[in-house]
Ligand binder design. Structure first.
Ligand SMILES: Cc1cc2nc3c(=O)[nH]c(=O)nc-3n(C[C@H](O)[C@H](O)[C@H](O)COP(=O)(O)OP(=O)(O)OC[C@H]3O[C@@H](n4cnc5c(N)ncnc54)[C@H](O)[C@@H]3O)c2cc1C
Length: 414
């Protein structure tokens, strides 16, 4: 394992940092004002995206980017320090076309879409000319066990008919979202994991209705607004089947690695941003004749946050390196481990930051509340903690001795 970056990657990180400082951060106040007024991402994002693209700072999160696809191909490990920078702001990743759910959807389309599907659906995503959403979760079933999904996908002659109800489809409520990737039951008689298929559904197909925009703990995802959707006899051509019929879970697996690891990388950026604000605030505020930073409790919070961030960063780099080099069960175990550890780390730090900031910490004026909500939803989205913990437990190697002949147990002389 070698975490040293090549001179080319270091140069790229430096260029992303400069772009972030000169083009993105100075416009954050404008972003906040506009999303507050209009409820959606301001149009200046297009202008920033065009600049980023012209500088080669584009599609940095796709390790399998083909030579004829726009952007700069990086491994997961190389993307890690960049994702951190982009993660500092809710909309940082979007400026470089590195945001969710587009990246995991693009990775999946790269892997399993037909040539025609790539031309029609992947190409515009790579150019940020359109938006997409992944619709798996349903309100009426426990979706953390995806085999519960009930939406019906029926093949009739050369058409596919879809009936069902989805929610928490990130990005579906964005005005530019043009298609959904829908998971549903196509083969109810097959084995438990061979019943589901995925279908590409244009958002304007008759019978498809966005019922409402969803918020999570009062937080609106302005980059990819979350939709609840109903499907009533929605018909699309059979050629919209994505991947192999009955292999929906296998196909969707491709999007899980990048989706999870990128969220974790962004969390490190958020944690660094929050910690820097904690340090600054604690040095400026005074209570009972001392600056807050002089109190032991606060020094301990700052020091512990530093330890937590550094160890989680290394943990993520290890998982990224593993994902770059294999996709065996150890790799999935490593991804599950960071998926549990990282939002917990961010939640602990932001909870202390809210405390340290006092009332201001709970307002919309700082990004601390965003970091807190991000950490909280990530403990549920992309697989709740408990499901990952179960996976980690199941892959824990068993010792080849029983307790009775455990070589580490020595009966005492008494
Ligand atoms: C902000 C946000 C964005 C999302 N974006 C998307 C998206 O783009 N597309 C999409 O399809 N979905 C999305 N989701 C949905 C998300 O993936 C699901 O919420 C998640 O899989 C859990 O499913 P559920 O909500 O049905 O909870 P349930 O399945 O009902 O689970 C509830 C709880 O049961 C417990 N539990 C479950 N299994 C176990 C177990 N094995 N052991 C112990 N306890 C267990 C856990 O505590 C779990 O949190 C998003 C969710 C959020 C919050």
């Amino acid at each position: 394992m070698n975490f040293n970056y090549s001179p080319e990657t270091e140069d790229l990180v430096r260029r992303v940092e400069m772009f972030f400082a000169s083009e993105i951060l100075p416009r954050h106040r404008e972003w906040v004002q506009e999303v507050g007024r209009e409820g959606q991402a301001p149009s200046f994002i297009k202008e920033i995206q065009a600049k980023a693209k012209s500088l080669g700072l584009w599609n940095l999160a796709l390790p399998d980017l083909a030579p004829d696809e726009p952007g700069t191909r990086l491994s997961n490990l190389e993307f890690a320090p960049i994702a951190e920078i982009l993660g500092r702001l809710p909309w940082g990743s979007m400026a470089f076309n590195c945001h969710a759910p587009e990246v995991p959807n693009m990775a999946m389309l790269q892997s399993i879409a037909t040539r025609e599907q790539k031309a029609r659906w992947l190409k515009p995503l790579l150019e940020a000319e359109t938006r997409s959403a992944f619709a798996m979760t349903e309100p009426s079933v426990a979706s953390s066990d995806a085999t519960n999904i009930e939406t019906k996908i029926e093949f009739e002659d050369d058409m596919i008919v879809i009936n069902g109800h989805k929610w928490f489809s990130t990005g579906a409520a964005h005005p530019d979202c043009s298609f959904l990737i829908v998971m549903g039951v196509s083969d109810p008689e097959a084995g438990r994991t061979a019943q589901h298929s995925m279908v590409i559904v244009p958002i304007n197909t008759p019978g498809l209705k966005i019922v409402r925009d969803l918020r999570f703990m009062g937080w609106t995802d302005h980059v990819a607004p979350i939709g609840e959707i109903k499907f009533e006899n929605v018909k699309v051509p059979a050629s919209n089947l994505l991947g192999i019929r009955g292999e929906g879970f296998k196909g969707a697996q491709v999007r899980l690695g990048p989706a999870r690891i990128h969220h974790c990388m962004r969390c490190i950026g958020l944690a660094e941003m929050v910690l820097a604000q904690m340090v600054a605030r604690a040095q400026e505020r005074k209570t009972f004749g001392r600056t807050i930073v002089e109190y032991d409790t606060v020094q301990k919070w700052i020091a512990e946050a530093r330890i937590d961030i550094e160890q989680t960063r290394l943990f993520i780099q290890r998982a990224a390196w593993m994902l770059d080099n294999s996709s065996d069960r150890n790799t999935w175990r490593a991804v599950s481990q960071i998926k549990v550890a990282t939002p917990r780390m961010l939640q602990k730090i932001t909870d202390r930051a809210i405390q340290l900031f006092g009332a201001m910490g709970g307002t919309d004026d700082t990004l601390i509340h965003h970091a807190w909500t991000y950490s909280r939803w990530l403990r549920i989205g992309d697989g709740p903690d408990e499901v990952h913990l179960r996976q980690i437990y199941k892959t824990e190697p068993l010792p080849d001795w029983s307790i009775a002949d455990c070589p580490y147990i020595a009966p005492s002389a008494a």
